[in-house]
Design a protein around this ligand. Structure first.
Ligand code: SUG
Length: 420
C-alpha cells in the first residue's frame, strides 16, 4: 500500500564544521567549531526511531565515501589514497574540507521526487539533484544517484541523473506537494530563487521546469522565493515553508508573490489549507534561527497531523508561543514534538533537511534501506563503536582520523549488506 516513507540521511563519520555554505547562516557561524560525529549520527537515528514510533515507515540513505579521493585526484593530488588525503589536507585545507564534508546527510537535497499519481507514466520519478551552487555539495550527485538507483530499482520507479550543472537544482528542499490522499494526483510546487541578492540563489527556475517536464508532472506551479527570505538566510525554501497532505505551512515572507500562490492553490486544490505565519507573530529572523518551518509535517495513522521540530524551535519564545496557539486551535496540526538534532542544526540542517520523502509502496523499496527496531539497535551499536567522537579543525590533517572514518563507513556497508 502507498504511504509516505521518510528516508533520512545517516550522518556520516566525517561530519565537521567548515563554513562551506555561503548564505547558510548556521554553517557560517559554526565554521571552525569542533563537531561530534558520533553524537550527530545518534541524534539522527533517534529522530528516525521517534518518527517510526509515531507509526510511520522509516528508511535511510547511507553516507557517501568521504574524503572523496576521486575528487581530490581530479584536483591534481596523486599517490596512494592515504597520500592524496594527506597532501590535500596539508596543501589546501578548504579544498580538503570540500572533499571531506558529510553534507549528504541532508537528503532533502538528494533528489526531487514526483510520486506516481502525479506523473504521466504512473511511475514514481526521482531526479538526483546537482547541488551545483556549492562546491562541496556539487560532488555528491554521482554517488547519490548510484545509491538511489539501488534503493529504487523496482520498475515502479524511474531514477534520473542530475541536471547539467549550469542549472542549479537542490532537490526536494525547494519542492512541496499538496494532495488530498496518497493515491490522488497532487499539486507539485517548485520554488526557485532569482540571482542578484546578497547570497547565491541555489534553485534555478529552468532546473525546476526541467524536472517537472521529465517527471511528466501535469499539475506543477513554479513559485519564486522572496529575496527578503534568501537575504535573511533562507538558502532553501524548506527553511520558510513546509507542506503535507492538503496543508501548506509557510512564513508570510517566504514567497515573492504569496497572494498569487494562494490563488493558484485555491484554483487547483480548493480543499487546501494555507497556514500563514505572520511576521508580527514570528519574525523571519526567529523563523530562520529556530527552523520552525524546517520541521517534518506528518500525517499520523489516525489522520491528524503533527510537527516534528528541532529543540531550537521550543527554545525560541515567539515560536513556542505560536506553536502552542497552533496546536490548541481547530486546525489540522494537532501536535508539536521537539527533537535534538543540534549537530546537524549547527550546519544549517533541521529535521526536514535530514529526510527525503518518497510516497510509494514500501514493498517496492530495497529492504536494505528500510529501518526496523532491530536494525536501529545494530546501527546504534555500530555508530558507538566506529564513529569518531569529535573532529576539531586541527584533526583535519590527522591521517589516523581519516583511516578511522573510512573504516567506519566500511563497517556500516558490511552491516547493511551494500557495496557502494
Ligand atoms: O547545503 N550545510 C547544508 C545544509 C543543507 C540543509 N538542507 C535543507 N535546507 N534542506 C547546505 O548548506 C554546511 C557544511 C559546512 O559548512 O561544513 C552545509 O553544507
Amino acid at each position: 500500500m502507498m504511504c509516505e516513507i521518510n528516508f533520512d540521511g545517516l550522518i556520516g563519520p566525517s561530519h565537521n564544521y567548515a563554513a562551506l555554505s555561503l548564505g547558510n547562516l548556521a554553517s557560517a557561524k559554526h565554521g571552525g567549531a569542533t563537531s561530534r560525529p558520533r553524537a550527530a549520527a545518534l541524534q539522527g537515528l533517534a529522530k528516525m526511531r521517534f518518527v517510526r514510533s509515531l507509526g510511520l515507515v522509516q528508511g535511510f540513505l547511507l553516507p557517501l565515501d568521504r574524503p572523496n579521493v576521486g575528487f581530490l585526484r581530479q584536483m591534481g593530488f596523486a599517490g596512494t589514497d592515504e597520500q592524496v588525503i594527506a597532501r590535500a589536507a596539508a596543501a589546501d585545507p578548504r579544498l580538503f574540507a570540500t572533499a571531506a564534508s558529510a553534507s549528504s546527510m541532508w537528503t532533502a537535497n538528494a533528489a526531487t521526487v514526483s510520486p506516481s499519481p502525479d506523473t504521466a507514466d504512473g511511475r514514481c520519478h526521482i531526479s538526483a539533484a546537482n547541488l551545483s551552487r556549492m562546491a562541496h555539495r556539487s560532488i555528491e550527485h554521482p554517488e547519490t544517484h548510484a545509491q538511489l538507483a539501488i534503493a529504487f530499482a523496482d520498475p515502479a520507479f524511474a531514477v534520473h541523473e542530475a541536471l547539467p550543472a549550469a542549472f542549479g537544482d537542490e532537490g526536494a528542499a525547494n519542492f512541496m506537494r499538496l494532495c488530498a490522499s496518497h493515491e490522488a494526483p497532487g499539486v507539485e510546487i517548485f520554488v526557485y530563487g532569482e540571482d542578484g541578492g546578497k547570497f547565491p540563489a541555489r534553485q534555478n527556475r529552468r532546473a525546476s521546469e526541467a524536472i517537472a517536464r521529465r517527471h511528466g508532472v501535469s499539475n506543477a506551479l513554479f513559485v519564486a522565493q522572496s529575496q527578503t527570505a534568501i537575504d535573511a538566510g533562507a538558502f532553501h525554501n524548506d527553511v520558510v515553508a513546509v507542506a503535507n497532505g492538503h496543508v501548506l505551512f509557510a512564513h508570510e515572507q517566504a514567497f515573492a508573490d504569496a497572494a498569487g500562490l494562494k490563488a493558484d492553490i485555491a484554483r487547483l486544490m480548493p480543499e487546501a489549507v494555507y497556514i500563514e505565519v505572520p511576521a508580527a507573530a514570528v519574525s523571519l529572523a526567529d523563523a530562520i534561527r529556530s527552523y520552525l518551518f524546517n520541521s517534518q509535517l506528518l500525517t499520523l495513522p489516525d489522520g491528524s497531523m503533527a510537527l516534528v521540530l528541532p529543540k531550537e524551535a521550543e527554545e525560541t519564545p515567539s515560536v513556542k508561543a505560536y506553536l502552542d496557539m497552533l496546536v490548541a486551535g481547530n486546525g489540522p496540526i494537532r501536535a508539536a514534538h521537539f527533537v535534538d538534532v543540534r549537530e546537524s542544526m549547527q550546519n544549517g540542517g533541521g529535521p526536514a533537511c535530514l529526510r527525503l520523502r518518497v510516497v510509494a509502496d514500501p514493498a517496492r523499496v530495497d529492504p536494505r534501506f528500510l529501518l526496523d527496531d532491530a536494525k536501529a539497535d545494530r546501527l546504534e551499536r555500530l555508530i558507538e563503536q566506529w564513529w569518531p567522537q569529535a573532529i576539531s579543525p586541527a584533526d583535519m590533517t590527522n591521517p589516523d582520523l581519516w583511516r578511522d572514518v573510512k573504516a567506519a563507513r566500511a563497517a556500516l556497508l558490511a552491516e547493511v549488506g551494500l557495496a557502494l
